[in-house]
Design a protein. Structure first.
Length: 223
């Protein structure tokens, strides 16, 4: 809770400072989907994407006409779908991780018209809110709280790009990016097993990854 309060207060102060000290910064809202999965050492399971939601705020803190820091604090759902089949028994598990995500990207925009493509790259910190495993077996569904074995803080790297359309004092944008965690998800071990009634799935050194597609609207400050 102390970490979350620090994040909220720091984000609030960052937004205030941006509005007071800079011209043509942008502040707005952003939302979209995260096509989530995990990068994992080889295991005898079928890994599939899990579609999650992301929603939050956005701030472009500009240093020049084309270069800015892009700050996008948001709620983000990550996770994975995993299926294991042994003989005639099939089991699916959905791991769902809810984060307060705090990405900071260096953004470079191109062109001087109302339509501006841009690229960005940077890093992100995720603060874990909850972690659950949904176990689906024949005739049985179970939900297990696994937050105690998941690292409370996650570090990721990411890169992507987008396009922005200026409309007077506002800008519409669409962007996409790829992110991947740099640390093992688990706290004190590289491997855990999540059991159902008829079997288990072993996860070996998983790291969150995802393709995120967002859209949003921002307004210019200081005009």
């Amino acid at each position: 809770m102390k970490i979350i309060r620090w994040v909220v207060v720091s984000s609030f102060m960052f937004f205030i400072m941006a509005g007071v000290y800079a011209q043509n910064n942008q502040i707005g809202v952003i939302g979209g989907i995260n096509i989530a999965s995990v990068k994992m050492e080889k295991a005898n399971i079928d890994i599939q994407n899990l579609i999650g939601m992301g929603i939050g705020g956005v701030l472009d803190f500009r240093f020049s006409e084309s270069i800015s820091w892009r700050f996008e604090p948001m709620y983000l759902l990550k996770g994975v779908r995993a299926t294991a089949t042994e003989d005639t028994i099939s089991m699916e598990q959905k791991l769902k991780f809810q984060y307060i995500e705090i990405p900071l990207f260096l953004k470079i925009a191109f062109g001087s018209t109302y339509i501006k493509p841009y690229v960005m790259a940077g890093a992100s910190i995720g603060v874990l809110l909850s972690a659950n495993a949904e176990v689906h077996e024949t005739g049985s569904d179970t939900q297990i709280d696994i937050k105690d074995v998941i690292n409370g803080i996650e570090y990721s790297a990411g890169f992507g790009g987008g396009i922005s359309l200026s409309l007077g004092n506002y800008a519409l944008f669409v962007e996409g990016r790829y992110t991947i965690g740099v640390l093992n998800l688990f706290q004190d071990t590289s491997t855990i097993q999540i059991h159902g009634k008829e079997g288990k799935i072993t996860y070996i050194q998983p790291k969150n990854k995802g393709i995120q597609i967002f859209t949003g609207i921002s307004m210019y400050l200081g005009n």
